[in-house]
Design a protein around this ligand. Sequence first.
Ligand code: SAH
Length: 390
Amino acid sequence: MKCHDAKACVEVCPYAKKCGGCTLQGVPYKEQLRIKDQEVRKLFKGICDTVPIVGMENPKNYRNKVHAVLKRKRDGSIISGVYEAGTHRVIPVDSCMIEDEKADAIIRDIRDLCKSFKIKIYSEDSGYGLLRHILIRRGFASGEIMVVLVASSPVFPSKNNFVKALRDRHPEITTVVLNVNDRQTSMVLGTRDIVLYGKGFIMDSLCGCQFKISPQSFYQVNPVQTEKLYTKAVELAALSGKERIIDAYCGIGTIGLIASRNAKEVIGIELNKEAVKDAIANAKLNHNKKALFFTGDAGEFMLSLASEGEKADVVFMDPPRSGSDEKFLSSVAVLNPEKVVYISCNPETMVRDILFLKKKGYRVGKVYLYDLFPYTGHVETVVLIQRKDT
Ligand code: SAH
């Protein structure tokens, strides 16, 4: 979705133009919702109806995951912020209207501490320096806060004193992790995590289940809206308690574990092995013996289930922005579930995938919209796709 008329706007964020994250910056919230409704309705025209979007009561400071990139300026001062849209230039951002305010305050203090502890800031040009990024995650329900310091080396001078000084300023921080990323890459996180303080993960709860979230795992950034979305997804499946469910692209197992309360069995599949470790731990934490989680490509996994003659009653699928693939979708058709509940963060790829399933003997219900990302052009959708003969 494109940037809208700045003159008609209210309250424009000073970083809006350069940051590019909030393409609906300055547009009144009601109007943002109308725009999203209209765009999704247009996309699904002739395919299925859409239900008006569910917005937020308070659409600000909703992001429970905040990322800042660090940079040392020529005059020696340190800035933290975001990359200017489409570049690797860093724009200083002290506080952002969609980010958790506490997280922003912690980032400002880390920047400050870097000066007093003489921590060298990494330079993407020369590859010299230590600290590259800061990532903060806050459990909405638990209040637990994880600070991830992304550094180019596992050797962080005075790390214990640094953590202590940070916790003196923010005693609410429950864990601090040093993530080592020594590659010249645009990926924020490296693969190695060293716990400096606390348990190395945070807990949060969604729809009455407990979830462990590690630095590397995907977790929705807007928990208030996520609860509404997942509740709708499970409601659409209308489970009786006898079903075998597949939770594809399952992350830390959120949807599968929530749905399993009304099902017989859950099989989760996810590419990220750290997320799968969390999902397995989450099954235990919730005393759930019905759910099994596997690491792998969802399409490959479905293909092998289909070739082994396995069946499923309901498939929940929640793929990344690029959507699913033919391997996955044609295997769904072989597994022949009565229902597919498709959750998507990109309605364009969702339309493509729905059209594929329609050709395989499925009909599609109404698309429900949830605003998980106010001020940005993104929208989350969920739809029930059902076998025609049911
Ligand atoms: N359902 C989860 C995660 C959704 S995000 C939740 O609601 O929290 C999409 C997830 O798909 C991410 O965890 C990502 O790691 C995973 N993923 C991406 N490509 C994949 C693939 N080819 N096979 C399986 N999982 C994949």
